[in-house]
Design a protein around this ligand. Structure first.
Ligand SMILES: [Zn+2]
Length: 74
């Protein structure tokens, strides 16, 4: 199981951006049934680089961002 991925350019750009930004075309919505409330959080996986994102849609404004879930820490 690969836990560390090298994000492609669109994913690297999206990381940390406000969740109001629309996902790029290689991001596929995943795990809708696994998330408690899709209005609060959506999960996407990039079909190009395998990056897994959480798109936080509710809560504090500063936390409503695109979070990259499976990248290495720098
Ligand atoms: Zn990607």
């Amino acid at each position: 199981m690969e836990l560390w991925i090298q994000p492609c350019a669109p994913c690297a750009d999206l990381y940390g951006q406000p969740s109001a930004i629309e996902p790029h075309e290689t991001l596929a919505l995943t795990g809708a049934g696994a998330v408690k409330d899709a209005r609060v959080e959506q999960h996407y996986t990039c079909t190009r680089c395998g990056a897994a994102f959480a798109r936080i849609l509710k809560g504090e404004a500063r936390k409503q961002v695109w979070m990259l879930l499976n990248a290495g820490q720098h």
